[in-house]
Design a protein. Structure first.
Lengths: 470, 179
């Protein structure tokens, strides 16, 4: 019984190789093969039950049903061997895969007839599990490019086998993949599942040995690759010529992660977009961090120089932060100054296609504006619709915003550095300033937020002159 | 959001500073301002990042800052504090001298090694990257003990925080009138 299967396969193989098509196979031969297969089935099933009783209880019926299919299948494999371009055979085979024990047709279309034969020999002993395993192997094979190449290698190997059956061993030794198998052959044999060991008992033939080794190797190799890939879902694939051991794969994962971070950093750091190369990017990042740190130094120095004591502006900050509704903490003098009617003027001066500058002169009482501009962040920014100020920052329009109040404090300097690089931010700044400013004047009797709204609409409509009384 | 939190904490720190010391020179004031700003920036991260922990640890190493640190960070400052080594200038010097020696040697037997130019170019690029990584490690607080990947992450976070800090401080500075 042990030698029945390879012999049978061989006897099918030989006419297939010689005739080139299974239609030319004689009826006698087919019947003989069928009888042998049935014998095989009968002999095989008890051993299967031996191996895994509970597992195969449910599969015994399909096993019988597939008897004929298996026979057809072997013939199909044979045909494919002789003539790989026979499509309807593949379809038939695919059908079998669909109704059969989970032999995925897609997986097998990828593979060669070689693998197919082997799949059948496996299917005989234990249909479901091995078949699924084979399908998985084949599918994985289709994913991994390196495995594809190995599949191609096997195909060529198969062709050579068609040419000379005897020198298989030598050919196998030549293939690098197979060479690797030989090295870990012992290990493979021990690790392969019980069904497989059962199968190996069946086949002592040279051909089948090599076949099994190849598939064992691919399955093992694939499982190793997927093991590495599974924990972190980063698709690292070994290209041709790249190492596939776990260390270099992990290294590749790490490098890819780092380059991803570098990409984020590239987006974050201004002026880093055009630089390629890691060193240049790192340079840019270093410069940026250094400049930011220096800016912090400089600003703290400036603040220290400007303020004689450390509690500068703190009261006003907390007035707005903690009690945003009440303005009672403000200095009375400032409030009296605010009570003066202010005129807010928006002049759309001109349309300049090239100029992006924005001039802004705000005349306000000193203290009021100082306080207000110092707290743009702690105040609600949604007081005004900021989107209407985007019109201001549009590159083609130059607005002059002048807030005339009783004082004479110009804040052009404050915004000058914004107007060069960040028009969007400038719009936000103006918005914030106005928000704060209107906030200060909240308790004024004739202050109406709707006025500001109209201002916005006028502004966005690019109306010429708007004079608004606050 | 980040800025608001930073601002709140910074002002709190400044108040604490001003309460503890009345008369200060300009430099002292600057130091206090910067320290409180840094601590506020670090405390906005709640100790979730390495750089903030390192910053806090560095600040709390100096004795007179401990009270400030504690007060800014609140109760959970003790768990945040982590030992971080002071950045020293030695590694950089060593790197530069090493490179100088190597270049000298290369020049000595340069002609013979013309074939190995490609390999040496790759190694030079690698060396440049390594050197810059070293520099970056010294810039980011607590970066000495990081590997490359976490360094990148921390740098991302640090840049974001620094930006917020600079923004707030600039507003502050612009708002205060010149005397």
């Amino acid at each position: 019984m042990n030698r029945a299967l390879p012999e049978m396969l061989h006897c099918i193989n030989t006419p297939g190789n010689v005739a080139g098509s299974f239609t030319e196979m004689s009826v006698l031969e087919r019947q003989r093969a069928r009888i042998k297969w049935q014998q095989e089935q009968l002999l095989n099933q008890p051993s299967c039950f031996f191996e895994g009783n509970d597992q195969f209880n449910g599969y015994s019926m399909p096993n019988h049903a597939q008897d004929f299919h298996n026979l057809i299948n072997s013939e199909v494999g044979l045909v494919v061997k002789a003539d790989p371009g026979l499509d309807n055979r593949w379809q038939e085979f695919g059908q079998f895969g669909g109704e059969g024990s989970g032999l995925g047709s897609s997986g097998f279309v990828n593979g060669s007839g070689f693998e197919l034969n082997y799949g059948i020999s496996r299917t005989l002993s234990c249909p479901q599990e091995v078949a699924v395993a084979v399908t998985e192997t084949a599918r994985r094979e289709s994913v991994s490019p390196e495995k594809m190449s190995s599949a191609v290698g096997r195909e060529s190997f198969k062709k050579r086998k068609a040419d000379r059956n005897q020198s298989l061993k030598a050919v196998a030794e030549e293939e690098p993949n197979e060479k690797r198998i030989k090295e870990c052959n012992e290990e493979d044999e021990s690790k392969i599942t019980e069904e497989y060991s059962n199968n190996s008992k069946n086949t002592t033939n040279n051909d089948n040995n090599i076949k099994r080794e190849t598939s064992a190797d691919t399955s093992k190799d694939n499982s190793k690759v997927s093991e590495v890939q599974k924990p972190d879902y980063i698709h690292v694939r070994a290209r041709r010529g790249q190492a596939t051991d776990s260390h270099s794969l992990a290294e590749r994962v790490r490098r890819e992660k780092i380059s991803e971070r570098m990409k984020y950093l590239q987006d974050l750091v201004p002026g880093c977009n055009k630089i390629t190369g890691k060193a240049g990017m790192l340079d840019e990042i270093i410069n940026y961090v250094q400049s930011l740190q220096r800016q912090v130094e400089f600003l703290s120095m400036k603040l220290a120089a400007v303020n004689p004591s450390l509690d500068f502006n703190i009261d006003s900050f907390f007035a707005k932060e903690v009690f945003p509704a009440s303005t009672s903490n403000f200095a009375i003098g400032v409030q009296s100054e605010i009570t003066n009617p202010a005129y807010l003027q928006f002049n759309q001066l001109q349309l300049l296609a090239s100029c992006t500058g924005l001039e802004m002169g705000i005349n306000t009482p000193d203290m009021a504006l100082r306080r207000t501009t110092s707290t743009p962040l702690s105040l609600p920014e949604t007081f005004l619709d900021s989107s209407c100020f985007d019109v201001i920052s549009a590159p083609s329009i130059v607005f002059r915003i002048s807030v005339n109040m009783s004082g004479s404090f110009f804040l052009t300097k404050v915004f000058s550095h914004y107007s060069k690089s960040k028009p969007q931010q400038l719009g936000m700044e103006i918005c914030k300033t106005f928000t704060v400013w209107s906030f200060c004047k909240e308790d004024q009797p004739h202050f109406q937020p709707s006025n500001l709204q109209t201002l916005d609409t006028e502004c966005s409509n690019e109306a010429g002159n708007l004079k608004m009384e606050m | 959001m980040l800025k608001q939190e930073f601002l709140k904490k910074w002002i709190m720190g400044l108040q604490i500073c001003s309460a503890s010391k009345k008369e200060m020179s300009v430099l002292e004031r600057k130091k206090a301002i910067k320290l409180s700003a840094d601590l506020a920036m670090a405390s906005t991260r709640n100790g979730s990042t390495n750089w903030s922990r390192a910053l806090i640890a560095n600040a709390s190493k100096e004795n007179d800052n401990t009270t400030l640190v504690d007060q800014i960070l609140g109760k959970d400052s003790g768990s945040m504090i982590k030992k971080a080594s002071n950045p020293s200038a030695f590694p950089d010097e060593r790197v530069t001298t090493c490179r100088g020696k190597k270049m000298l040697r290369n020049r000595c037997c340069g002609i013979r090694r013309a074939k190995k130019m490609a390999a040496s170019a790759g190694s030079i690029a690698k060396k440049l990257v390594k050197k810059r990584t070293q520099v970056l490690k010294r810039l980011v607080p607590g970066g000495e003990s990081m590997d490359e990947f976490s360094l990148m992450e921390e740098t991302l976070d640090y840049i974001l925080s620094l930006r917020a800090q600079v923004d707030v401080m600039r507003h502050f500075a612009n708002a205060t009138p010149p005397n």
